[in-house]
Ligand binder design. Structure first.
Ligand SMILES: Nc1ncnc2c1ncn2[C@@H]1O[C@H](COP(=O)(O)OP(=O)(O)O)[C@@H](O)[C@H]1O
Ligand SMILES: [Mg+2]
Length: 250
């Protein structure tokens, strides 16, 4: 005999799906708690930065101390910038604004520095700094970038390799981003499935199979498109194109 709850759960979602949803919920909760911790980091970081600044204003400190304190100052400022960026990225409210795609890329790459380094992945940028800003929700753009880049890093988990991030304007005046890796390529037979919800080739806890589904949906909702090219043992490249609409005179 099944309990009512079991019957209900079975009718709506499978045990595997329930496991995934529970995992997602745990990660979301963890995200919310982490946001609080990141917020807490702001105060000590600003104390460290100002203390370093005060020491640097002192006369008669040796060159080596000056250099060390200078590094403390620049590193604490870098962390403060990262925590501010993280908090802004974590916000839920929708905000369409003039967004510089290259700045969003730099933010995510900075955020992923450690994730890349620990896998032996080097990052190469080929960014077109003449791109004009586009009206979009910059947090959604960051989420798109994070999903694609994190997949690339995970694909190069064992081997290390290169992550190339490129931006350019197309001849039609649209904005194109390419995120390419030198990983093993998309597993055989999976090319047509990677954008489906819950399709994953990763172990439980490493992937939910929702990343590319969410990414594609977000890109398309923003009026863009996403394409993928992959070659076995050579790598994978995702191309995202955002259509830039002409500003119409009112
Ligand atoms: N850069 C990549 N290289 C190789 N395979 C990839 C890459 N990006 C995505 N994939 C494949 O697409 C699948 C789905 O990706 P995604 O929707 O982000 O879910 P998840 O990362 O949770 O598995 C991955 O499990 C993997 O098999
Ligand atoms: Mg993913």
């Amino acid at each position: 005999m099944k309990t009512l709850a079991e019957k209900h759960t079975n009718a709506v979602i499978s045990p595997d799906l329930l496991k995934l949803l529970a995992y997602n919920e745990k990660m979301a909760e963890l995200g919310r708690i982490s946001a609080g911790i990141v917020h807490e980091l702001n105060a000590p970081l600003s104390v460290i930065t100002s203390a370093a600044q005060i020491i640097l204003r002192e006369n008669g400190i040796s060159e080596s101390v000056r250099e060390m304190v200078g590094r403390i100052k620049s590193e604490s400022m870098r962390l403060a910038q990262l925590t501010r960026g993280l908090l802004a990225f974590g916000k839920h409210d929708e905000a369409t604004e003039e967004t510089d795609v290259n700045i969003a890329i730099e933010f995510i790459l900075e955020f992923l520095t450690f994730e890349a380094a620990r896998r032996g992945v080097t990052v190469r940028r080929n960014l077109d700094y003449h791109l004009s800003p586009v009206r979009m929700d910059s947090n959604l753009l960051k989420q798109i970038l994070l999903n694609i880049m994190m997949n690339s890093l995970q694909a190069m988990e064992e081997t290390g390799g290169k992550l190339l991030v490129e931006t350019c304007a197309t001849t039609e005046g649209n904005i194109q981003l390419v995120i390419a890796d030198t990983g093993p390529g998309i597993p055989e037979g999976a090319e047509s499935k990677i954008f489906e919800p819950y399709f994953t080739t990763k172990k439980p806890g490493e992937g939910t199979g929702l990343g590319l589904f969410v990414t594609k949906t977000l890109v398309e909702n923003m009026g863009g498109r996403i394409e993928v090219k992959s070659r076995r043992n050579k790598g994978t490249a995702f191309t995202v194109t955002f259509v830039v609409k002409e500003q119409t005179e009112e």
